[in-house]
Design a protein around this ligand. Structure first.
Ligand SMILES: Cc1cc2nc3c(=O)[nH]c(=O)nc-3n(C[C@H](O)[C@H](O)[C@H](O)COP(=O)(O)OP(=O)(O)OC[C@H]3O[C@@H](n4cnc5c(N)ncnc54)[C@H](O)[C@@H]3O)c2cc1C
Length: 389
């Protein structure tokens, strides 16, 4: 959506395909990071954007066993917004779509699922898509696969995927929120359990982390045992856990961390999770996908307008984004393997790792993780201009 918006704004005709009828998907996360808010500022949209309902997180904190710890303090970042905005991603996407529609070059096709690539003479020249009215062929100078971590298009392209592994999956459910509940979004780790709760105003969006492939073991213990373990971590929820009536109210989200060696071939470029699936750790995947989109627009908008997109330019997009993506994936793998895996396998109450305690002893150090999570590495800026109509 972000790439489509930026290209249309620069005067490049785009067709954006979304297989669903709306953006009310639960699996994407809710975090709009300071670097993305900075991009909204660069686009002149920040004030209007911040009028949408959201909550603000200035510090990332959580509970490990008996201890409450702060991991990151965003309040010193060199950006206009020194916080992470928590906003359901469908509101963010609707906002971008609404602004995209101001440009005649922006063409959003809902309920249109890309099912295959059209290749001619060794080059991708379009996609085949499924719609409620039948199949459709869309021809294009460039196809950008941004269809997420289960990308159909990267599979159709036959790209080699390097799987870095993830030791967990996530059970995703909601529980009502009351006015006197804490306003904070937080995480809580106990032996064998991790619960993250996102404040979505009238309800808590909960993510209960389980060992990879462990859903059958959780179900075998029964729903009451599952609800008890939630209540043991967040006792204030106990009297509303009956809102979860069956396993149908609990969705399994599979976590993947992987990346393509090569993000492109003639006529095709992958970005976002389709190029490098991100773990939920740090809530940075949306941010990275948006940074990819801005980098791609910066490099490709003018060549697309002039009809001279070469593979060298697609490679330039990959080169611009590879190091930032690798650094963040490396950090996610370290957290997965050194903190989450031991906690999920532990029988004893966990204690915060030394590095986390260190951050709490010296609060100014909390600015470092805040920079990594809030801005990422080598953040990109909008370099495309709005086309004169
Ligand atoms: C449990 C979990 C929680 C997470 N929480 C966070 C978080 O809080 N913050 C964060 O930053 N990151 C989070 N992430 C990571 C984040 O979801 C991804 O990194 C991010 O969504 C990637 O963005 P994307 O645009 O590449 O793909 P997606 O957000 O997956 O978007 C892909 C889009 O393409 C559509 N689509 C898919 N296939 C097709 C097709 N064939 N044709 C047409 N449309 C198609 C989908 O419907 C979707 O709208 C989480 C991940 C998981 C697994």
């Amino acid at each position: 959506m972000m790439l489509g918006f930026l290209l249309a704004r620069a005067g490049v005709r785009v067709a954006i395909l979304e297989k669903h009828a709306d953006f009310l998907r639960d699996f994407r996360g809710d975090t709009i990071h300071p670097s993305t808010l900075e991009l909204m500022h660069e686009l002149g949209l920040l004030d209007e954007f911040l009028k949408l309902p959201h909550s603000r997180v200035e510090r990332l904190s959580g509970q490990v066993g008996a201890e409450t710890i702060t991991l990151a303090d965003f309040s010193h970042l060199p950006t206009h917004c020194k916080f992470v905005a928590l906003m359901p991603q469908w509101d963010f996407l609707d906002f971008l779509a609404m602004h995209g529609k101001r440009y005649p070059a922006f063409d959003l096709h809902m309920r249109t699922e890309a099912i295959d690539l059209i290749e001619e003479g060794g080059r991708v020249v379009g996609v085949r898509a499924k719609t409620p009215d039948g199949e459709l062929e869309i021809r294009a100078d460039l196809v950008v696969a941004c269809d997420g971590r289960h990308s159909t298009l990267r599979e159709r392209a036959g790209f080699h995927v390097e799987n870095l592994g993830a030791p967990m999956d996530v059970l995703w459910f909601r529980i009502s929120r009351r006015d006197d509940d804490s306003a904070e979004t937080f995480g809580h780790m106990e032996a064998g359990m991790l619960l993250v709760m996102l404040n979505r105003n009238d309800y808590w969006q909960c993510a209960y982390v389980i060992p990879k492939g462990g859903i059958d073991r959780v179900k075998a213990k029964g729903l009451p045992a599952f609800l008890d373990s939630i209540a043991s971590m967040s006792p204030f929820l106990r009297d509303r856990l009956s809102e979860i009536k069956s396993w149908d109210d609990v969705k399994l989200l599979t976590v993947a961390v992987d990346r393509l060696q090569r993000w492109h071939k003639p006529g095709l470029l992958c970005i976002g999770d389709a190029a490098h699936a991100m773990s939920p750790i740090g809530g940075v995947g949306i941010n990275l996908a948006i940074q990819d989109a801005v980098a791609a627009a910066n490099i490709l908008a003018t060549p697309l307008k002039e009809g001279r997109v070469t593979e060298a330019l697609l490679e330039a997009v990959q080169q611009r984004r590879t190091m930032p993506m690798r650094v963040i994936q490396w950090v996610q793998i370290q957290v997965q393997n050194r903190i989450l895996r031991p906690v999920l396998g532990a029988a004893k109450r966990p204690k915060p790792p030394f590095v986390v305690k260190f951050l709490n002893w010296f609060p100014p150090l909390q600015r470092l993780p805040a920079r990594l999570v809030g801005l990422g590495v080598r953040p990109v800026h909008v370099r495309t201009a709005e086309a004169k109509s």
